[in-house]
Design a protein around this ligand. Structure first.
Ligand SMILES: Cc1cc2nc3c(=O)[nH]c(=O)nc-3n(C[C@H](O)[C@H](O)[C@H](O)COP(=O)(O)O)c2cc1C
Length: 334
């Protein structure tokens, strides 16, 4: 998720779920082909499996970007056809690509011909106020015809005019039935449901018949929600990992919250030492770790206190643990 997630966030999420498939935020072909590739693509193999999400529309550029993704060790390339922001529309990619399935199919084919990795598409179920399923069926059909078999569907329309990106994640109604119908129409393709899923209970309720679920905001705000996924995936034998369609086969040592926090202290210390990344810019990702637990608010205040920036992660951790123990046991804050 652009501006929210990054490699440090993925490292953190990977400590909680070993099997969920993780996705990068959208990286544009322009940034990859003309920018600092290492800054965009460097990551720790511990994060694997990770899909690189690309934003772009021109086939040869998409192919080059996909090759970079493969060289950098990603496990899947995903094309963004769901972002409605005006900036992205000006670049003629993101959600507005849904109006040009032939162009998308060309781009997908170019990427497929260039790399060994699976190529997937993330898209909406329609544009603006057109709620007929015809457009998305045609869109998926053309991409299916060039061999793509993995579709991650944010189950609401994108309104290209008049809504901010934030509103575009809330205002157009969720219509999960459209995704179920797509699965019926293309049964040998994988369909991953996205939008408004908050918990394993939501996933169990809405994904039978589908191949997986992708969780965005809930995973960021309440990352501990990932903690039940590995056991669920093992138990159900489902292909799907939340945040992605294919579960990895990594063993799943289950860490508790304290162990995850401690592992992040080690990670932040090492990143600060070796790459000069300040712990404060990484700690923002862990602030939801104790969401809903007693003491969460005080604990969070310590990890987000800019006045502590001169301390080491180990010292901040000690203060955060003190704050946790100081909590008023009657108030269960979120
Ligand atoms: C801050 C923010 C940034 C996002 N950036 C991306 C992005 O880079 N690529 C993408 O496919 N979706 C992006 N999304 C959309 C989410 O992936 C997801 O489709 C949407 O939030 C609906 O799922 P949710 O209800 O589980 O959050 C972003 C969402 C948020 C809140």
């Amino acid at each position: 998720m652009m501006d929210w997630t990054d490699r440090h966030c993925r490292f953190f999420h990977r400590l909680i779920s070993r099997r969920a498939w993780l996705y990068t935020e959208m990286v544009t072909t322009g940034a990859l082909l003309h920018g600092d590739v290492a800054r965009h693509l460097d990551h720790d193999p511990f994060e694997h499996p990770v899909a690189l999400q690309i934003g772009g529309c021109e086939a040869s550029e998409l192919a080059k970007a996909a090759r970079l993704g493969q060289r950098w060790g990603y496990q899947e390339i995903n094309l963004n056809c769901g972002c409605p922001s005006e900036r992205v529309q000006k670049g003629a990619f993101g959600a507005c690509l849904m109006a040009d399935p032939t162009l998308v199919a060309d781009g997908i084919k170019a990427m497929q011909d260039s790399v060994e990795l699976p190529i997937s598409v993330k898209h909406r179920i329609g544009l603006d106020h057109d709620e007929s399923p015809d457009m998305v069926t045609e869109f998926v059909g053309q991409i299916y015809d060039v061999g793509c078999r993995m579709f991650i569907v944010h189950a609401r329309n994108a309104w290209l005019k008049g809504l901010s990106p934030k509103q575009n994640r809330e205002v157009p109604p969720l219509r999960y039935a459209v995704v179920h119908r797509l699965k019926q129409a293309f049964p040998d393709a994988q369909f991953v449901l996205n939008g408004g899923l908050h918990s394993l209970a939501d996933i169990e309720r809405h994904t039978p018949g589908l191949d997986g679920a992708m969780v965005g905001r809930a995973a960021y705000h309440n990352p501990w929600t990932l903690s039940g996924w590995d056991a669920w995936l093992d138990q159900t034998g489902r292909l799907a990992g939340v945040s992605g369609p294919v579960a990895s086969s990594k063993p799943a040592p289950s860490l508790d919250r304290d162990a995850v926090e401690l592992a992040m202290v080690g990670y932040m210390t090492e990143q600060q030492r070796s790459a000069g990344v300040h712990w404060y810019s990484m700690a923002r990702h862990i602030l939801g770790l104790r969401h809903g637990m007693p003491g969460a608010r005080l604990w969070r205040q310590v990890w987000s206190d800019h006045r502590l920036k001169h301390l080491s992660p180990t010292e901040v951790h000690a203060l955060a643990q003190q704050a946790l123990r100081r909590h008023d046991p009657v108030v269960h804050d979120a």
